[in-house]
Design a protein around this ligand. Structure first.
Ligand code: AHG
Ligand code: MN
Ligand code: MN
Ligand code: MN
Length: 322
């Protein structure tokens, strides 16, 4: 089986970018080990702190953020980082070419129940001559990402990665610490009968999503004339991984539950990297009205509606939004 660096070199991926990706993965290997130790390493449970978005931080949110932040800033490969758990961006090497936005631990609510969690990352180029302390270097649409991926800490630790030449899976071989290529060019089936949504928010959705989900739930006697199955892992990494592996539609739509927070998922370090992985595997990623990767961000913790997955099913869903 092939290791990650030669695979990326063959693609013509710049050496500096490969080194940066390997730096992220070095932190992820450490996270994989800590998550795997569970209660033994004393990292389960919550802290007394909140992040800037008003979420109570889990001990693992803080630990994983610190690991990624330290290793990235010490590496010299990044000009600045943005993280779900950092109020503002953090400046790195002023001469570096790349910037990284990350969700150090996606699916925090799963930590204490030994269920799926992951790390999501997005790599972009810093504008030439830009100031590493300037937050606006991150205000680039997702289509300018040069690499995107996640590491899923499940029964096995799996990396999904794209540098714009397809989406690949690598599995961490824990016997010698290498990520080995286990699937070249994932392709999402265009058709699916599986959907993922937190249905407890149904009464708060907009009419388009209410109608779409009602029609799925009506099954073989409804307008879709077939039965659909539902899955919800409560970690976007887990749900997106399932969609990449066997198709499906995943959505976290706009809702009116909290008028100050109509959307849940964050553009820079959740929606954009997942959108790139999905598109590179033949799927679609939209807000309902526009392609996610076309959005011009205006804040680092900006939130967006997300509808992604199998091409034909996402198109059907978007049809309800017209
Ligand atoms: P995070 O743990 O990084 O804050 O993200 C959690 C997100 C996402 O992973 C998941 O799809 C969603 O929240 C789960 O939401 P519910 O709590 O509504 O199930
Ligand atoms: Mn969080
Ligand atoms: Mn997340
Ligand atoms: Mn998180």
């Amino acid at each position: 089986m092939r290791r990650l660096p030669p695979v990326l070199l063959e693609d013509g991926c710049p050496r500096e970018l490969i080194s940066l990706i390997r730096t992220i993965l070095a932190a992820c290997k450490e996270i994989s080990f800590r998550v795997g130790q569970g209660a033994l390493s004393g990292v389960l449970g919550s802290t007394l702190d909140e992040n800037i978005q008003g979420e109570t931080q889990k001990k693992l949110d803080v630990l994983t953020n610190q690991l990624l932040k330290d290793i990235l800033l010490e590496s010299g490969y990044v000009k600045a980082i943005a993280s779900e758990e950092e109020d503002y961006t953090v400046a790195g090497n002023p001469n570096a070419e790349y910037i990284v936005a990350f969700d150090p631990l996606d699916g925090s609510s799963n930590t204490d129940i030994n269920s799926l969690v992951g790390t999501i990352f997005s790599v972009m180029k810093a504008p030439e001559g830009s100031d590493p302390a300037d937050q606006s270097i991150f205000m680039q649409p997702g289509k300018s990402q040069v690499a995107a991926g996640y590491v899923l800490y499940g029964p096995s630790t799996v990396l999904a990665l794209t540098t714009g030449k397809g989406t690949r899976f690598f599995t961490l071989d824990k016997t010698h610490g290498s990520f080995l290529l286990t699937q070249d060019f994932a392709q999402i089936p265009e058709e699916t009968s599986e959907y993922a949504i937190n249905a407890s928010n149904q009464r708060h959705w907009q009419p388009a999503m209410q109608n779409y989900i009602n029609d799925l739930m009506a099954g073989e006697t409804g307008p879709r004339a077939r039965n659909f199955n539902m899955r919800w892992i409560a970690a976007m990494v887990g749900d997106v991984h399932r969609v990449l592996c066997r198709g499906g539609i995943f959505t976290y739509p706009t809702d009116t539950k909290d008028p100050n927070k109509p959307n849940k998922l964050r553009l820079l370090y959740e929606a954009n990297p997942m959108a790139m992985l999905i598109e590179q595997a033949g799927g679609i990623a939209s807000t309902g009205t526009e392609r996610i990767m076309d959005i011009q961000p205006d804040a680092i913790h900006q939130r967006v509606a997300v509808i992604l997955g199998s091409k034909n099913e996402v198109e059907t869903c978007l049809g309800y939004h017209k």
